[in-house]
Design a protein around this ligand. Sequence first.
Ligand code: SF4
Length: 471
Amino acid sequence: MRYTMPMKQNNFSIVSLGCARSLVDSEGMVNDLTSVGFDLVPEGTREAVTVLNTCSFIQAAIDETEENIELLLGRKERGEIKHLAVVGCYPSRYKREALLEKYPGVDVWLSTSESAQLKSKLSELVFQRKFVPKSVQGITGGSPIGVGDDGSTTNEADHMGSIDRAPLNKDGYRTKLTPNHFAYLKISEGCNNWCTFCTIPKIRGVHTSKPLERVIEEAKLQIALGAQELVLIAEDTTCWGEDIYGKPSLPLLLNELAKLPVKWIRNMYIYPSRVDGDFIAAIKNNDNIINYLDMPVQHVSTKMLDSMRRKHDKDFLMGILREFRQEIPDLALRTTFICGFPGETEDDVREIKEVMEQVHFDQLGCFTYSEERETKAARMADKVDIEVARQRVDELMELQYQLVGNKNVARIGQEYDVVLEGTKLARSYREAPEVDSKIVIEGAWNDAWMDTFKRVKITGASGYDLVGEII
Ligand code: SF4
């Protein structure tokens, strides 16, 4: 006999696409929905509602989002789900009328700045009850022209969906979707840098910092819930505090966070031109601010940096990279490069290779340039053929494979504190969760060790892969 599970009216699932920043938003949405009576269930279990939190910063992300919308609309047509809400970056990028016309089967559309309305919209839709927010709070700064029924704000739309002051999750509470031992800490929203290739300032709005006391409160909450590693994220973490203190103030925040009883504090999304001596000192002087840095540099040639509208030239970039290596010799450095930006020549790519050979990045991502209609770069001349861009990416990744391979061989025999976070898998301070490689554990293993810290000795290396045993 075939048994079909009944559909419970208040069950919902969430599909979270995109980066860690988007995942934190999903965690806030799960918390919001469970606080008004919804129950989170795995996707595909005849849930009444599916929330799709989307990404749209480049064409590949848009394609993935649209594939997921179509897949979920298919499930809705087959009666496997009743309601579909599409939220986040994708609805922020397009005019609402166009989305309603393209996907009439989607029940709720909410941009990033409207995501606080999810619980009210779904309460009304599913429970047919008018949602009355407990309190209406404004958001400081910016120039909102509309205030939603739960305090969310919207600005005037231009050719994209909207350009908003970035929304802040007001209470910092969220339901963890990551393992217990680490938590992302989103310290600000939005970006003011306006790199010429990037759609994020338009999608996510202008930079808005979370106040210091809110970040500390959220950090304490995550530590109380079991996090031993806090991963600082934002569009540009180094910009934190600029809208509060009149100047970027990440070192102030780091020095306060370092007082908390947490083992590792990890810095991601560092913008090079805002690195200064205070920032380097905060890493050097606090044991729990680990010697790891994610600093997406995108390019190194001054000509390309200028045309990408980065706020520094090659000399400045090389100066801070040298300083990092001198001041913090065991610093693990992660970066990303874009190949094939308009006007890029073989000489520009050679400059990247030279810098890679000097700096020895520990983790590196390399991407082909993606032309996005709304950006300044899309209107630039001297486009680079996509096949040429791919070839350049391949060359850089081959070089990185050799450089990291040599570096990893030199790690054989070294010992590290690691967190065990998968069957026979571990990370040291040198590897960030989800984006970096892991250490494969050989020898003694016990599943009860999962989510705990142990000491590991590196016993083998091949290319990107490291092998170690617990000591
Ligand atoms: S720093 Fe540049 S690339 Fe990064 S989010 Fe801001 S505009 Fe985009």
